[in-house]
Design a protein around this ligand. Sequence first.
Ligand code: ZN
Length: 90
Amino acid sequence: MSAHLVLAVLAILAVRVGFLYLAPFGPCPKCKGTGHIKRGPRRRPVCPRCKGQRRIQRTGSRTVHRLARKIRHGRQAAARYQQEDRDGTP
Ligand SMILES: [Zn+2]
C-alpha cells in the first residue's frame, strides 16, 4: 500500500521535473499573463511579479536546469578522460 504511494509520488515528481525541464517558464499568475494589474486608486500598471514580462520562471526549474547542466558537464568530462586514457597510455 505505502509502496504504491511512494511509487506514485516518485512518478509525479519525475513528471514534474521533466515538465520543468521542458517548460521552465509559465504565464504569470498574478497578472494572468497580461503584464499589467489593476488595483484600487493607486494604479500600478506594470505587474510587480513578472515586471511586465508576462511570464515567470517556475519554482524549481532553475534547480532542474542546474542539475541537467551538471550531469551534461560530468558526462563530457568523463568522455574526455576516457579518450585521454585511451590515447595517452604508451
Ligand atoms: Zn505578472
